[in-house]
Design a protein around this ligand. Structure first.
Ligand code: NAP
Length: 317
């Protein structure tokens, strides 16, 4: 029987199904795979379910040599931690879990938009400090979100789900950047480049995949194009935003605030960022609900099952 390795503890539902259907080893560690573990994954298992941070680079595939592993069934839609070309060159297929994550991640983007614009983190810290002097008409004035202009960088499944919420829920006007025209079912204006998008909007949300092509797409020039009252939200991947340039822009008050779910050198979050009041910091919560993590696990296992039955992968990348 083919051997499966699941590289992180899963929800009870996903664990039970994996044990019922497959010859599976369940890794109990919640940290990312070490180099030695990645080599073992490729050499000792037929199928592996890796996830965020498991860096299956070209060097790892080269060092592992001809591998027993034939499928990396990634748990998550983002697969920028896997060098897909190097995997395929070694005969290792890769799948992911699109769709299962869309609504939950869009919800976290809305959480960050509102928290950043309305200074919710700062306000909560004030109440917890015991130093809140009480309500007054000019206390902690933030930005009104309703009716404002939203910019979405990366207008795919998650980007459009964010825009839908902002358009229908908050009457926001939507602008976006993607590589091709999209029909979101409501008016959304495609902008020619990220700087033009940044210049136009009150809230700029990053929703492109990570990887070489999108690294530092939001750099000092883009941040300089944003209005001083605008907010930046990143729910995509940390490396899409040049973190040091963002810290400078926030320190100098050149933008009003930022809401982050992801970080350039995750899980490291620089002290300079933690010291700032005008940034909301979440620990990569995008898909963190029981239902969604189970749906992601089932989708990954559906790919494992199809692969082992010799059928086409439902979600190849
Ligand atoms: P998707 O449907 O593939 O959408 C990606 C969008 O980005 C598409 O509109 C695509 O444009 C655009 N894009 C790609 N490369 C681009 C580039 N170089 N310049 C401009 N636009 C570009 O993906 P998704 O399901 O929405 O997921 C997006 C990302 O969110 C994932 O890859 C993952 O990294 C991240 N994510 C984060 C969390 C979290 O927990 N925070 C959870 C889930 C996902 P075209 O369609 O025109 O090619």
């Amino acid at each position: 029987m083919a051997k499966l390795w699941i590289t992180r503890p899963m929800t009870a539902a996903v664990t039970a199904r994996a044990q019922a259907e497959f010859d599976v080893d369940l890794r109990q560690d919640t940290g990312v795979l070490s180099r030695a573990e990645m080599l073992r994954a490729l050499r000792d298992y037929d199928v592996v379910m890796p996830t965020l941070g498991d860096g299956f680079s070209a060097e790892i595939f080269a060092e592992a040599g001809p591998s027993r592993c034939r499928l990396l069934a990634n748990f998550g839609v983002g697969f920028n931690h896997i060098d897909v070309a190097a995997a395929q060159a070694q005969g290792v297929a890769v799948s992911n879990t699109p769709g299962a994550v869309t609504d939950a991640t869009a919800d976290i983007a809305l959480t960050l938009i509102l928290m950043s614009a309305r200074r919710a983190s700062e306000g909560e810290r004030l109440v917890r400090s015991g130093n809140w002097p009480g309500w007054h008409p000019t206390q902690m004035l933030g930005q009104h979100v309703s009716g404002k202009r939203l910019g979405v960088l990366g207008f795919g499944r998650i980007g459009q789900a964010i825009a839908r919420r902002c358009h229908h829920g908050f009457g926001m006007e939507v602008f976006y950047v993607a590589r091709s025209d999209k029909d979101a079912g409501f008016v959304a204006t495609r902008m020619p480049d990220v700087v033009s998008l940044a210049r136009e909007v009150d809230v700029l949300v990053v929703a492109v995949p990570g990887g070489g092509e999108t690294r530092h797409l939001v750099d000092a020039e883009v941040l300089a194009a944003m209005r001083p009252e605008a907010h930046l939200v990143n729910i995509a991947r940390g490396e899409v935003v040049q973190q040091q340039a963002l810290i400078s822009a926030l320190q100098d008050g050149r933008i009003a605030g930022a809401g982050l779910d992801v970080y350039e050198f995750e899980p490291e979050v620089p002290q300079a960022l933690r010291d700032l009041d005008n940034v909301t910091l979440l620990p990569h919560l995008g898909t963190a609900t029981e239902e969604v993590r189970s749906a992601m696990g089932h989708m990954a296992l559906d790919n494992v099952a199809a692969f082992l039955a010799g059928k086409p992968l439902p979600n190849p990348v």
